[in-house]
Design a protein around this ligand. Structure first.
Ligand code: TYC
Length: 102
């Protein structure tokens, strides 16, 4: 082995690997009560979408039951989920937002 620092006398093959931090999908769940306009507003406010993108994604969640709204580091995903859940709670809507490791 020609790996620098390997002077053990044992022949090994080492392959350099690149470590990437895990990513987390943030998902919005459908329900029967949260107004469509409220969901559109959430997507604009917390996920930086324009109105057309937000409307599209809201309708996807409405039709399919859930959709991924973005993929983030753990810390950012956690913050987004907390912001959405708090905003929904303060407006007394049952909107649910969750995260899942990719
Ligand atoms: N299904 C809701 C309605 O008909 C709209 C809605 C869309 C709710 C997306 C939640 O994540 C959601 N008013």
């Amino acid at each position: 082995d020609t790996t620098p620092g390997n002077d053990s006398g044992v022949l090994t093959e080492t392959k350099p690997t690149t470590q990437r931090p895990p990513l987390y999908k943030v998902m919005l769940l459908n329900d029967d009560y949260t107004p469509m306009e409220f969901v559109v507003h959430v997507l604009e406010r917390f996920f930086g979408m324009n109105h057309a993108q937000a409307l599209d994604l809201m309708l996807t969640v409405h039709k399919k039951g859930l959709a991924v709204v973005g993929v983030f580091s753990f810390e950012v995903a956690e913050t987004k989920v907390a912001q959405v859940m708090d905003f929904a709670r303060r407006h007394q809507h049952p909107l649910q937002c969750t995260m899942e490791k990719e």
